[in-house]
Design a protein around this ligand. Structure first.
Ligand SMILES: Cc1cc2nc3c(=O)[nH]c(=O)nc-3n(C[C@H](O)[C@H](O)[C@H](O)COP(=O)(O)OP(=O)(O)OC[C@H]3O[C@@H](n4cnc5c(N)ncnc54)[C@H](O)[C@@H]3O)c2cc1C
Length: 245
């Protein structure tokens, strides 16, 4: 159980050995997720396949459950519980339900997730483990720390790390994971590049103003290109990778 106290929260919990403990903390971060409210629909009677958790199996692009006339969108399908995804899915599922049985694949955007903590967290495209599974070792990871990044230092927000992933051979940008300054904006830039199927080299042809946090993104992309063995070897102390990067 959880109780608010004068200076924080008191949490009573049982350990692995079932012994009960009560401890006081300053704050509680509840990250337990949310269950879709589909239990009372008696889905098991609709003759559609379910996963291990009892959620209906469905097609990611059509939102159709098997071959049935049932379509499932938003948090109810338990896939990506985010507002912009729910809106897309609602449109696709509604369109398909109305045109059934002429079911069409809808546009799904590249994965983008943002956590509004301080510093913020952003994930774009594939995670490192997904990259590893898809590329079977044929990938590289570029990196930048925001500790020494020019603009981040000036505004006193120089905490964070950005990892960018690229595929060997094709040089395609695959995804990124970061925490740090302006992650909500950097996440968008990277997601838009990913959805346009850009290579890391193409991303590096884009303009980077000075002095901005995005110069840190360029440093990570350059590091990635070097590790992919694409593009020129970086110059150690070049003008535009000095103060900003
Ligand atoms: C605390 C919190 C913070 C969030 N922050 C973000 C964020 O920063 N960014 C982001 O992208 N997403 C965020 N989300 C997730 C986002 O709100 C959801 O992904 C989105 O609202 C899902 O839309 P939906 O239409 O599927 O479901 P909902 O918005 O939940 O709408 C479902 C509706 O159906 C109604 N309903 C349920 N059961 C029945 C029934 N049996 N009969 C009739 N009506 C019913 C509900 O009352 C509700 O009005 C957050 C969610 C929470 C809870």
């Amino acid at each position: 159980s959880v109780e608010r106290t004068d200076d924080g929260v008191s949490i009573r919990f049982s350990g692995a050995d079932r012994s009960e403990t009560t401890e006081n903390f300053d704050y509680l971060l509840a990250a337990t997720g949310r269950r879709p409210n589909v239990d009372s629909l008696d889905i098991q009677n609709a003759d559609i396949a379910e996963d291990d958790h009892g959620s209906p199996l469905f097609d990611h692009y059509t939102l159709q459950c098997g071959d049935s006339h049932i379509f499932i969108a938003g948090d109810a399908n338990n896939e990506v519980p985010l507002l912009h995804e729910a809106a897309d899915e609602g449109r696709i599922a509604g369109d398909n339900a109305a045109r059934y049985p002429d079911v069409r694949a809808g546009l799904r955007r590249v994965p983008l997730g943002i956590v509004f903590t301080d510093p913020q967290i952003a994930t774009v495209g594939m995670t490192l483990s997904e990259v590893d599974e898809r590329c079977k070792g044929r990938y590289a990871v570029g990196e930048v720390s925001f500790e020494g990044q020019g603009r981040s230092r000036v505004i006193g927000a120089n905490k964070g790390l950005l990892h960018v992933y690229g595929e060997r051979g094709s040089g395609l940008f695959l995804g990124a994971e970061m925490f740090g300054p302006a992650a909500e904006h950097i996440g968008h830039l990277l997601a838009w590049s990913l959805q346009k199927h850009m290579t890391v080299s193409e991303m590096l042809t884009m303009p980077f103003y000075h002095p901005v946090i995005e110069e840190g993104v360029r440093t990570a992309l350059r590091d990635l290109n070097r590790k992919l063995d694409i593009g020129p070897q970086p110059i150690e102390h070049c003008l535009d990778c000095g103060p900003g990067g």
